[in-house]
Design a protein around this ligand. Structure first.
Ligand SMILES: Cc1cc2nc3c(=O)[nH]c(=O)nc-3n(C[C@H](O)[C@H](O)[C@H](O)COP(=O)(O)O)c2cc1C
Length: 354
């Protein structure tokens, strides 16, 4: 069993909101342990896991090793997001997530436009908000940790104020609002005036989400009365956005630091996921991520979108990292013949890296 996070516990959100900074959004396929680690190191207020099926946790074959929920070594300040539609299953999933994944708080997904499991979870809950209120009450009874919910404005029209008020009355400690309806998916622009209306009408902190790509935009959005701004797509390949918002220092890192961080992201990836079902230390899922660290180096893109291994990543980034030791090369003081550069060593180095 994983020990509860020392930085979690009741009042987690209030404590974190006392600091400056922004929140890393839950993003299926992106906000995994390596991305969360890089965001947390740069000062994200907190991070949110990819959504996890409550049914999978309780009734399926999911285990403590589930990579969607498993924290990286030493992870703190990470919220676990659950989706589902049945109060008893959600309550059991909260208990299981707490025992297995050391969350700082639990969040209910009310924004996913695709119902992935039987039942009517995700954004479907916006059509039946009274079910969502019941889910929040059940989740609260299952834990002493903060329980929050993340909504869209509505299913196909804006009923966010009504829904947010109901969620707050049901005991949600915080509400995140993505300023689009479910029908909009990701089209159009997030409606920050609607988010501001929610922030002004509920007694709990509201976090705003949608289309924040820069520190300047995030600061402007704070003016809408939200307690914090959440950043999703804009943080892919740019964890320094969190540093800017935590410290006020907008200095952008140069290509060398960005390339080093991209390589480190790949190292963290293999350290966290280990070998895939083919026995490979694959970095394929990072093909969509790595080019985003270096949008100003389009000449590297072709190589970065074809990487299979850590070595491929290092080779692709080598033009920006002269003199950098490639994975697989022995460190400078290596005793000849001593196998320091074995994959396990790489994993330990990556896990221990600051
Ligand atoms: C690829 C992708 C996956 C997402 N997965 C989730 C999710 O698992 N849970 C959730 O509540 N929102 C999810 N979202 C929505 C984001 O958290 C966020 O609200 C939305 O992308 C708007 O913010 P952005 O413009 O900063 O990305 C996802 C968005 C994207 C693009």
């Amino acid at each position: 069993m994983t020990a509860p996070s020392p930085t979690g516990g009741p009042g987690f959100y209030a404590r974190r909101l006392a600091r400056p900074g922004a929140v890393l959004a839950p993003m299926a396929g992106y906000s995994d342990a390596p991305m969360r680690q890089l965001a947390a190191e740069q000062g994200a207020l907190w991070t949110v896991s990819e959504m996890i099926s409550s049914r999978g946790l309780v009734l399926g074959g999911d285990s403590e090793k589930l990579t969607l929920g498993r924290p990286y070594p030493g992870e703190a300040g990470r919220v676990v997001q659950l989706f589902g539609a049945e109060p008893d299953i959600l309550a059991a999933a909260v208990a299981r997530a707490e025992a297995w994944f050391a969350p700082a708080a639990l969040d209910l997904n009310m924004g996913c436009p695709v119902p992935k499991v039987r039942g009517r979870g995700g954004a479907c809950l916006l059509q039946t908000p009274e079910v969502a209120y019941e889910l929040v009450r059940a989740m609260r009874q299952a834990t002493t940790l903060d329980v929050s919910a993340k909504i869209r404005l509505g299913w196909d029209s804006d009923r966010s104020v009504e829904v947010a008020q109901g969620l707050a009355a049901a005991g949600a400690a915080l509400i995140t609002v993505h300023g689009r309806t479910s029908a909009q998916r990701y089209t159009g622009e997030a409606d920050w005036e609607a988010i501001a209306r929610v922030a002004a009408s509920v007694p709990v902190p509201v976090v705003g989400s949608g289309d924040v790509k820069s520190a300047a935009q995030a600061r402007a959005r704070r003016g809408s009365g939200v307690a914090a701004v959440m950043v999703g797509r804009g943080a892919v390949g740019n964890p320094w956005l969190f540093r800017a918002l935590a410290t006020g220092d907008d200095a952008a890192p140069g290509a060398h630091e960005r390339a080093r961080t991209a390589l480190r992201h790949a190292r963290l990836h293999v350290a966290f996921y280990g070998r895939d079902r083919f026995g490979l230390l694959s970095v394929r899922p990072l093909r969509k991520v790595l080019p985003q660290y270096l949008p100003d180096h389009p000449e590297l893109r072709e190589a970065l979108v074809q990487v299979d291994t850590l070595e491929d990543v290092a080779r692709a980034l080598a033009p920006l990292l002269p003199g950098e030791r490639l994975p697989g090369e022995p460190p400078e003081q290596a005793v000849p013949g001593f196998p320091l550069a074995c994959p396990e060593h790489e994993e330990q180095v990556a896990a221990a890296a600051p």
